[in-house]
Design a binder for this molecule. Structure first.
Ligand code: AMP
Length: 214
């Protein structure tokens, strides 16, 4: 089963994708992670997108479609999870064509619905273990006092994303509402959309997603 996790920044797409990877052997394709990797390793494309990402704007369709195209040719284990892609109607059309040309199908789109106030709180308090991707929150799930990740046990690998600040978040939310939210109607019309409440506990969201994937 190949699925899209659709939702604004901070909705919990990455957290839920990691769970699906662990429990169902699915393969997570996060264009945000791919772009951050390119930026951190200083490739030409990485340098090109660094400023755009820091401001919270979208990088060009051409770049992200190119990144996804490369990955689609690989093994998809228990299915692909598209996380943070597509973010525009052009990307959605491109994905449909690429999947068809690989003989694959897109089976379900899960919209994770969360209100804006919760997003600001989540994002400005968020840090991530770069060893395993476990997400922490200053208020609800603080970094352990001994500095060891509760998931992978590695020490002091906690990082904050450069774009997890209020200013960039405003731009990222605006980009979501203007450019990405039309995809909700697009997939609803194709009868592929399932909606979950992204405000619940991690476990509650996991079971809602499991229900939506049946
Ligand atoms: P994310 O980790 O999904 O929040 O993405 C971080 C940033 O990477 C976004 O704010 C955009 O600048 C860029 N980005 C990630 N995925 C896409 C995409 N599908 N289309 C355009 N820009 C993207």
């Amino acid at each position: 089963m190949n699925i899209i996790l659709l939702g604004p920044p901070g909705a919990g797409k990455g957290t839920q994708a990691r769970h699906l990877v662990e429990t169902r052997g699915m393969v997570q394709l996060s264009t945000g992670d791919m772009l951050r990797e390119a930026k951190d390793s200083g490739t030409e494309m990485g340098n090109l997108v660094a400023g755009v990402m820091a401001r919270g704007e979208l990088v060009t369709d051409e770049i992200v479609i190119g990144l996804i195209k490369e990955k689609l040719q690989g093994d998809n284990g228990g299915g692909f999870i598209f996380d943070g892609f597509p973010r525009t109607l052009e990307q959605a059309d491109a994905l449909a064509k690429l999947m068809a040309s690989e003989g694959k199908t897109l089976d379900r789109v899960i919209e994770m619905r969360v209100d804006d106030a919760a997003l600001v709180e989540r994002i400005t308090a968020r840090s991530t273990c770069s060893g395993c991707g476990e997400v922490y929150n200053d208020k609800t799930k603080p970094i352990p006092a001994d500095g060891k990740c509760t998931n992978c046990g590695k020490e002091n690998l906690f990082t904050r994303r450069a774009d997890d600040n209020e200013e960039s978040l405003k731009t990222r939310l605006m980009a979501y509402y203007k450019q990405t939210s039309p995809l909700i109607g697009y997939y609803y019309a194709k009868d592929m959309l399932g909606v979950v409440n992204g405000l619940g506990t991690i476990n509650a969201v996991q079971s809602e997603i499991a229900g939506a994937l049946k």
